[in-house]
Design a protein around this ligand. Structure first.
Ligand SMILES: [Zn+2]
Length: 290
């Protein structure tokens, strides 16, 4: 799946094509039966109504600007110990780096890895196992991590944090001196600015990309699924601050609808992106780059 933001090209690079999560776990306050009128387009890609499950894609977003290759969010990775999620646990031969290679990108071609936040499904490919040690997967890249996000995780650093992902996928980058701490509002490249999206985690940030008249926001887990466009008040179970997450989501959707901004969430299956239109006093997604 490929789309453009002006002269920038974005490819969706799947790591795990479909990850079903019980709605009660991902969106504890959700009532999927209230979405019956949308069933026709939510199935089969986004919701499994029969199993009461939300279907997420686990993928990275490869953003190529003239002279700069950025990987946004690093999915699950391989060889990681994640027994809590069997589909994430001790993965081998996932084909992720082959899919990147098929797009003409070797690990050493990636200039920047940007983690919107530090949950286990956004940092996995930060590192890979080499001779029993975790090393940066992208050896030339600067890894951009939000200062507030990192401080939050470091303050809680215990071995099981994030299913162990902080220890195997973030700590080794710090030790290898590959991390650049970044702050809200910072411009990391011409037209590419960091945008605060707090609530899902303490310091989640998005990437606002403006190229000519085109504008997109890589918005991480501010919106997990198209159902949260229809029901912005449904925050996710893993959200650190659910009410703040809902307020952030509503603000983001309002802004996307007003300014015709393309949203690029981390987990939308198939399309990888969506435009937002007003619907009564709420919103509806128009999936794809349109
Ligand atoms: Zn996620």
């Amino acid at each position: 799946m490929r789309f453009n933001i002006g002269d920038a090209v974005v490819d969706v690079v799947p790591d795990l094509e479909c990850f079903p999560i019980p709605a009660a776990r991902l969106l504890p306050t959700a009532d999927l039966s209230s979405l019956a009128e949308h069933r026709e387009w939510l199935e089969p890609d986004h919701v499994d109504f029969g199993r009461d499950a939300i279907l997420l894609g686990m993928h990275a977003l490869l953003l190529r600007l003239p002279g700069l290759t950025i990987l946004v969010d690093a999915c699950i990775g391989e060889d990681k110990q994640r027994p809590v999620h069997p589909a994430w646990h001790q993965r081998h031969a996932s084909g992720f780096l082959d899919r990147l290679a098929a797009l003409g990108v070797a690990p050493e071609d990636v200039d920047v890895v940007f983690c919107t936040h530090l949950h286990a499904d956004h940092v996995g490919w930060n590192t890979r196992l080499l001779d029993g040690r975790w090393v940066p997967t992208f050896p030339r890249a600067r890894y951009l991590i939000g200062r507030r996000e990192l401080a939050f995780w470091q303050a809680r650093a215990e071995p099981g944090l994030g299913y162990g992902s902080f220890v195997d996928s973030v700590q080794p980058l710090l030790e290898a001196d590959r991390v650049t701490l970044v702050d809200d509002g910072e411009e990391i490249a011409p037209g590419v600015t960091l945008l605060p999206l707090p609530g899902h985690t303490e310091g989640q940030m998005g990437l606002r990309v403006r190229r000519g008249a085109a504008c997109a926001v890589f918005c991480g887990d501010a919106v997990h699924s198209p159902v949260q466009v229809l029901r912005p008040e449904w925050s996710s179970g893993p959200c650190t601050h659910p009410l703040e997450a809902a307020a952030t989501r509503r603000r983001l959707l309002e802004c996307a609808a007003e300014e015709d901004i393309l949203l690029v969430p981390a987990h939308f299956r198939r399309c990888g992106c969506t435009r937002i239109r007003r619907r009564g006093d709420g919103f509806r997604p128009v999936l794809g780059a349109g």
